[in-house]
Design a protein around this ligand. Sequence first.
Ligand code: FEO
Length: 399
Amino acid sequence: MHNSVRIADGLTYLGGNDRRIALFESAYPVPRGVSYNSYLLTDEKTVLFDTVDLSVSDLFFENLAYALDGRGLDYVVVHHMEPDHSATFARLLEKYPSVTVVTNQKVAQMLKNYFGFAGNVHLVKEGDSLSVGRRTLTFVFAPMVHWPEVMFTYVPEDGILFSADAFGTFGALPGSIFADEVDFERDFLDDARRYYFNIVGKYGVQVQNVLKKAAGLDIRLVCPLHGPVWRRDFAWYLKKYLTWSAYEPEEKCVAVFYASVYGHTQNAAEIVASAVAAEGVKVRTYDVSVTHVSELVAEAFRCSHAVFASTTYNNGIFVNMENFLGDLKAHAFQNRKYAVVENGSWAPQAGGLIEGALAPCKNLQLLGEKVTVLSAVNAESAEKLVALGKLIAQDVKAN
Ligand code: FEO
């Protein structure tokens, strides 16, 4: 049965939630599920903005038919071709064969590649407008947020921004679809940060470019493809995006990441963490073999300082730490200070390899000397670990 929500005059939410999905994009755990958002604007013309993932397609088509209330579908605007939004496109064409696809050249090529589609397309370029009655659609290109074909639509008459993946988040919608009807900071912010850094974090420059374009618009309603719709206090969320996309830390704090096989490297990492906390600086500690790497990446970007502690394994960095460092590099980790702890029972060398793994990252500063633990922490290495924790804390407080 349909379950659509009226958002504003002539605008209806048609999306749905998947709470059974284990891994978004086959990579990211989503224990709170995810929503796939789609919207219908009814003016002199009817305009659908994107479709949805296959998992919620039956509900979507019921919602669409109900919201159209017997009218035909004139336009479908395709902002982004990733299949979590476009997989139902072929079925949409079967149901609404006379619909005109409004999109850009890159999307049109992908429609051909995915579906063999070469039908009725109204191609738009950056800044083009299309009148649909009282309202006008204007198109803002947003390449690499998150794929190269991505664009936004802005409706100046009502200040509506259809923002594709931008401003989206993991987490199913609880019933309320508006950000001001949920406790976003408590219930969504961690997921929003994890979504941002893992999905589009690599493309901070491109995000900044599109935020500059959006800065000139009177935005009163933001409709993303995932997560809540923003109609109040959007400036708060926009500020997060400005911080994240500039690769600036969200908080002056320390994240301690360790890879430990029998607990001795954990012990070393926790001695550092305790020394940081003793100086009154906020610190959180993570076992990289337990916490999912998408959470580790988001946390590394949230904090101003990081500690990487790893045992030496197969003459290298312990595998889960190596994987994490690779993910940080892939997501353009930069502008942070970090410290290193290594352990090894006969040939400790993880520390130097950690520094090497992070060497391609821009503007990282190593704090202090790496601390080497031989098998287990002893009085000498404990003293060095405490000193390292104090040094990090003092640097956090000084900056
Ligand atoms: Fe939600 Fe890039 O797709």
